[in-house]
Design a protein around this ligand. Structure first.
Ligand code: DX5
Ligand code: ZN
Length: 228
């Protein structure tokens, strides 16, 4: 019997902890997601990689559907794929709650964001460490989440890139000055120390793979990141 955690909508003022499934034991995904829920996870971050946009291949809609059908937790789907527009409908149908697409991918960004919301999901826009905030500025009023990569995407277990902190602060200032309300999510190398710096900079959603799923005690790790 799984603990059915009510999926409570979060605002950008809430601290949200989203463990990344990429760091979980893929031989027992259902149990791993349940473990994360029991350990206090708010969202489950699902890293989809196509081996083209990033130099790695992870999983597709079938895994998103498996997680959706076996556990009740908000699914934060991160599409690190070159053609998110081409695959979008399959990720919507699989049960995604949030779908984030990369500004650097090859698609009509505004159209993709519009289709994500039209499909009943929340829309996220992701940018790599080397991409300036100006690249996403035209879309900030069309998103529910801005995903600031704090590592070069493709693999878990990489070192946090502190040079992204000023971009996070700039995004927060831009959001607040325009009266917008998107979450600011950080993703890559997030642990207690880097989470504290990211909260201070203005982020509220912490994606953490290695530091949660591979911690001696996942509940302690999530609580420490939440209280960083
Ligand atoms: C990297 C992914 C991240 C990664 C996080 O491309 O987008 O979500 O899995 O893993 P850690 O927390 O181990 O850096
Ligand atoms: Zn991710």
């Amino acid at each position: 019997m799984f603990l059915i955690k009510p999926v409570i909508p979060k605002t950008f003022r809430d601290r949200v902890i989203a463990p990344s499934l990429l760091a979980a034991d893929f031989s027992c995904i259902e149990e791993e997601v349940s473990r994360a829920i029991h350990s206090g996870a708010d969202w489950m971050h699902l890293d989809v990689m196509d081996g083209h946009f990033v130099d790695n291949i992870s999983f597709g809609p079938a895994v998103v559907q498996t997680v959706h059908e076996s556990n009740d937790i908000y699914l934060d789907v991160h599409l690190m794929i070159s053609r998110p527009d081409h695959y979008l409908q399959r990720f919507i149908a699989a049960g995604s709650d949030m779908i984030s697409v990369h500004i650097e991918a090859q698609h009509d960004v505004a159209e993709t964001l519009r289709r994500i919301r039209e499909g009943g999901c929340e829309a996220g826009l992701a940018l790599n460490p080397g991409t300036p905030l100006s690249a996403v500025e035209p879309y900030l009023d069309q998103i529910d989440l801005l995903l600031c990569m704090t590592v070069v995407p493709g693999f878990g277990g990489q070192a946090f890139m502190p040079e992204v902190l000023e971009k996070i602060t700039a995004a927060k200032l831009l959001r607040d000055s325009k009266g917008l309300s998107f979450h600011i999510e950080v993703d890559g190398g997030i642990d207690v120390a880097s989470a504290a710096r990211c909260y201070t900079a203005g982020a509220n959603v912490m994606v953490a793979g290695s530091s949660t799923f591979r911690a001696p005690d996942m509940a302690v790790a999530i609580a420490e990141i939440r209280n960083a």
